[in-house]
Design a binder for this molecule. Structure first.
Ligand SMILES: [Zn+2]
Length: 117
């Protein structure tokens, strides 16, 4: 897989983890279990910043814009559709022999897309 795409997916995973941990209910539950979600969030934010600094400026800006607008900036292709907006992708995408070899975006919503098969 394309390294840049891999990083964007990791960035997305970190954002999901951070927002889950920062979520009040989950945060309270974890504290009840004797865990320290706040320090985990701090740690994850640090990892996120480090990762983000290695991502191409252009992609990082796109990511932040998409995440701010949609809540998620990176989505898998499911049943030949962008799982973000459910638009059927043009056939040119399926003809490609090199899936995930480059950073692709959905022509409809602009989210970063990747193949999981
Ligand atoms: Zn889309």
């Amino acid at each position: 897989m394309n390294k840049e795409l891999e990083k964007l997916i990791s960035l997305h995973d970190l954002d999901v983890m951070i927002s889950d941990l920062a979520n009040n209910d989950i945060n309270k539950q974890e504290k009840k279990l004797g865990l320290s979600p706040d320090s985990a969030v701090k740690e994850l934010r640090k990892m996120r910043a480090e990762l983000a600094s290695t991502i191409d400026r252009k992609h990082r800006d796109m990511y932040d814009r998409l995440a701010g607008h949609y809540g998620n900036a990176v989505v898998p292709v499911v049943n030949l559709r962008c799982s973000g907006c459910l638009t059927q992708l043009p056939t040119a995408f399926f003809a490609s022999q090199n899936r995930n070899d480059q950073v692709e975006t959905c022509p409809s919503c602009g989210r970063f897309i990747y193949w999981c098969d």
